[in-house]
Design a protein around this ligand. Structure first.
Ligand SMILES: Nc1nc2c(ncn2[C@@H]2O[C@H](COP(=O)(O)OP(=O)(O)OP(=O)(O)O)[C@@H](O)[C@H]2O)c(=O)[nH]1
Length: 425
């Protein structure tokens, strides 16, 4: 289980890690830009930020919206107030303040549960982000910052490590925010959590290398690209991926069938007696069964694509295959699931341990496991089919036949019945 989480975390962080690795390469090219190109580059963060805000609102991504605003406010303050040397006391105070404010706000965003966007939610969280930057902006406008220089604590004046500009306090705060972000990513394992961790790290690197030319515009641009990617990917997942099983859903199936061409076979799959299963063990165990069937099908149906059609029904698309080739894979899938020792706890299991053991010994399956079987109806697309819906309908009819013939079997529409064999499980 922990190894699985670590793999998942790394996978979720890959797009961000890729962008971070790309940053030095892009940075080395920035010296060759002329003045106009440099100025155009400065417009990138506000442009991408505006786009990210619109998409975050449209797709209900609250924490990514707050992170976008945190990033944009940081960039705008740097662009407007920090374009001269840090040796000026006012600039140093602003830089020190921002290097604490950004991770502090990210820490706050990390703690917010993702519950979708509402005006009440925004009213509660947005002022926290805006007010911090507003405070520093007003102080800079009123020339108050330089007077605070002498009051800066040692932890903010002393840099953590020599060539880098991050103070000791800022490093600790960034480290705490990153660690908390990683813990949340470990447990929640979402792309948005991975995005928050990477952006925290990217801004820490930007502030540490603040002396480099165009480092803020580059980091904020890449950070906003990562946010845009995350929002778009999340909205794609919401529309196309079934949350329970992780398989592509009906909309993705429609897309696949639209581009499947003229030669494919489609399989409709249904779990046998699933209702009885649900009634005996409860809805949660029913969900567990659906997840097991989905993952076993995905593994066993190599060369084909598996979708959750809805309820306890799945669809397999065998692109470029006729029914003869498809039924071989279908049978492999069916046998894999029938042989899988599904571990469950029966909510109606006898309280008496002896009686329970007797009951379990009646079946020859490993103790504490039960059998799940599926029936499959296959149909190859032919010129007679008007569209993919007609193929689905015929595959459904074959599935109905499989159920009628006793379940736990595959039936193909165009293959003579004897070939629709039943393998004992
Ligand atoms: N746990 C769980 N149950 C679901 C879900 N979607 C549909 N179901 C249940 O799936 C069951 C479908 O049962 P039926 O269509 O009657 O068929 P069956 O019991 O599988 O019997 P046969 O198909 O004839 O073998 C219903 O009890 C639904 O409540 C889901 O997402 N989770």
């Amino acid at each position: 289980m922990p190894r699985y989480n670590l793999q998942k975390m790394i996978k979720l962080m890959l797009p961000g890690i890729f962008l971070m690795l790309l940053a030095p390469v892009i940075h080395s090219q920035l010296h060759d830009l002329n003045i106009i190109q440099q100025q155009l580059l400065n417009y990138m963060p506000p442009l991408l930020g505006g786009l990210a805000i619109i998409l975050c609102i449209s797709f209900n991504q609250g924490r990514l919206l707050l992170t976008t605003i945190n990033l944009l406010c940081l960039f705008l303050l740097i662009q407007n107030q920090l374009q001269t040397s840090l040796s000026q006391p006012a600039n140093f105070v602003l830089f020190s303040g921002l290097s604490l404010l950004f991770p502090l706000l990210q820490l706050f965003i990390n703690f917010i549960p993702e519950r979708g966007l509402s005006s009440r939610w925004l009213l509660r969280h947005l002022p926290v982000i805006i007010s911090g930057y507003l405070f520093f902006w007003l102080a800079a406008q009123n020339h108050l910052l330089s007077a605070w220089f002498s009051a800066l604590p040692v932890g903010l004046i002393q840099m953590f490590s020599d060539p880098y500009l991050l103070s000791q306090w800022a490093v600790y705060l960034f480290a705490v925010t990153t660690l908390l972000g990683l813990v949340i990513l470990w447990f929640r394992a979402t792309l948005a959590d991975a995005c928050l961790v990477i952006i925290t790290l990217a801004i820490a690197a930007m502030l540490a290398l603040f002396g480099e030319t165009s480092v803020s515009v580059l980091s904020c641009t890449l950070g906003l690209i990562l946010i845009l990617f995350t929002v778009l990917f999340n909205s794609y997942s919401m529309a196309f991926i079934d949350e329970l099983t992780g398989l592509p859903g009906r909309r993705a199936l429609e897309n696949t069938l639209r581009s499947a061409g003229r030669r494919y076979t489609l399989g409709m799959v249904d779990i046998d007696h699933f209702k009885k299963f649900n009634d005996t063990y409860g809805h949660d165990v029913g969900d567990q069964v659906l997840r097991m069937v989905a993952s076993q099908m995905k593994q066993a149906a190599r060369g084909a694509s598996v979708f959750r059609y809805g309820g306890e029904e799945f669809t397999i698309v065998f692109k470029g295959m006729d029914e003869v080739s498809a039924i071989e894979i279908a049978e492999k899938v069916r046998n894999t699931i029938a042989a899988y020792p599904m571990r469950i706890r029966d909510k109606n299991r006898p309280g008496d341990e002896k009686k329970g053991r007797q009951q379990r010994n009646r079946s020859n399956r490993p103790e504490g496991t039960t059998e799940v079987t599926i029936s499959i109806g296959l149909c190859e697309k032919t010129p007679q089919h008007k569209d993919s819906q007609a193929v689905i309908k015929q595959a459904d009819e074959a599935l109905y036949l499989a159920k009628q013939q006793g379940r736990n079997r595959s039936v193909a529409s165009h293959i003579a019945q004897p070939r629709a064999r039943k393998t004992s499980s």
